[in-house]
Design a protein around this ligand. Structure first.
Ligand SMILES: [Zn+2]
Length: 146
């Protein structure tokens, strides 16, 4: 990390940065204080600003209220994804209980990964509003220190 010079021409991929919960502006700084979802009580705690580029992690009060829609959409997508592999592996038929088993399995999986969905939803949400390079350390340094 420390050996990384500031002349970084290589742009980290958005997908990788999103999956690793990295800041949308520099794709290097962490968006969450902790890497794991445990302890769950503080799993959504974010630093005030990105440690790498100074991008505010919560641009305005209540910024993340809209993430409910994102996590809802992701949960629905996961249900559909589960449907595909469940159908391929076990088959679905209205003649037996397979649809019920699918629903129980799918609901279980969606509940289990809900903490991850909540975290990734915030990440995706911030990516919708903040472009790559939106904030730079240099620009921040010219502003008067608080
Ligand atoms: Zn950053």
């Amino acid at each position: 990390m420390a050996t990384h010079n500031h002349n970084t021409d290589t742009k980290p991929s958005a997908i990788g940065a999103i999956l690793h919960h990295k800041c949308p502006s520099c794709r290097k700084g962490d968006m969450y204080c902790q890497h794991s979802i445990f302890p769950m009580k503080t799993m959504l705690d974010m630093p005030e600003k990105c440690a790498e580029c100074g991008q505010p992690m919560e641009p305005q009060i209540g910024f993340y209220y809209g993430t409910g829609y994102v996590s809802y959409a992701l949960s629905v997508a996961l249900f559909i994804f589960n449907l595909v592999w469940y159908w391929a592996l076990f088959g679905l038929s209205y003649k037996d209980n397979s649809i019920l088993y699918y629903l129980v399995t799918s609901i279980g999986i969606v509940l289990l990964v809900q903490p991850y969905i909540m975290r990734i939803s915030r990440v995706l949400y911030l990516y919708m509003f903040v472009r790559y390079g939106a904030h730079t350390k240099e620009a921040q340094d010219t502003s008067p220190a608080v």
